[in-house]
Design a protein around this ligand. Sequence first.
Ligand code: F6P
Length: 342
Amino acid sequence: MNIGILTGGGDCPGLNAVIRAVVKRGLQLGHEFTGIKEGWRGLLDQKTVKLARGSVSGLLPLGGTILGTSRTNPFKNEKDAEKLLRNIDELKLDALVCIGGDDTLSVASKLHDRGIKTVGVPKTIDNDLSGTDFTFGFDTAVSIVTWALDRLHSTTEAHQRVMVVEVMGRHAGWIAVYGGLAGGADVILIPEQPFDVDEVCGYIKKRREAGKYFSLVVAAEGAYPKEAPGMITKEKELDAFGHVRLGGVGEFLAGEIEKRLNVESRFVVLGHLQRGGTPTAYDRVLATRFGLKAIEMLDAGVFGRMVALQGNKIVDVSLHEATSKLKTVDLEMLRTAQIFFG
Ligand code: F6P
C-alpha cells in the first residue's frame, strides 16, 4: 500500500518517534510512504514528501515533527472536505496514518465514514483523549513542569513569596495534577473543579501560620474561579476547530492573592516550553509502540480505529469513541492531590 502519514494540531514530543516506527516497520512489511506536510492543510495543498528509510533515521530523540503541523480543519466546509477526498485519490494514497489529538482524529474518523482507510495515533501533551490511559507527550510535559517547580521552589522560598505556575492542558487538568504532585505544589487548580479564591488564600495562610512563608500554586490554564465562571482567555477569536486561546489565570490569581493576603506574589506561564524539545524515555517507548501497532493494524486491514494504551497493553479503540468525549481528571485523582494542599 502507499500509506500517507501526517501530524496535526499542536506539536508534541514523540511525533517523530511515531513516524520512525511506522515507516521502519512498514517498509519491512512491503509498504511505501508519502509524508503529508503541515497536517490537513498539506493534504488540501498536496504538499507531500516521499519517506524512505533514510528519511527516518536519527528521529527518535527529535522534538517537533519533521512533517510540520497545522490546526486546519478540512471539514469546516464541504468544499474543502471534497477537495481532501479528491486529493487522496489523486495522490494515490491507499490508507492514512493520522497522528493527532481529538481535532485531527475527529477528521480521521469522518474520513473513515466516507470510505477512507484511516488509523489514528493519540498525540497530545494534554492527555485528554478517551480510550487510552495515556497519550505520548504527556510524560515529557509533566517532567518539564516538575523540573520548573523544583527550580521555582528555591527562589520562592528565598523571597518568602507565593508563586503561581500556569500550565497547559486546555479543558483538562492532567498536566497540573501530575506535574503539581511530582513537584510538591501546595495547591493545584484544575478546570474540572472551579476554585474559590478565598479557599486558595486559606491554604496559603495555613502554611504561613505553620511557619512556611512561601507557597507554590499550580494552575491549569483552563482553571477558573467559582465567582466568575468561564475560562480565562487571551482573545475571543476561535480557531478552525472552535477553540479559544486560554491564558491569564496565573496572572489573575497572583494579583488576587497579593491583594487579599498582602503577600508578595509572582506568576510564571510555562507555555510552549512544555511542548518543546526531546521526548522522555517513557514517551519514546510509548510513541514507538503506538507507531508499530498503527502500521500493523493497517497491514492487517483494520481501519477506523485508534491505537491506545490500556494498562500496559497496546490495544485499539474506535476513532469515533475516542473523539466523542474528552477524558478529564477523575475525582479520585483530585482527592489524592488535595491531601497535600496547604
Ligand atoms: O493541545 C495542546 C496545547 O498545548 C494546549 O495545552 C494549549 O492550550 C494549546 O495547545 C496551545 O496551542 P497553540 O500552540 O496554538 O498556542
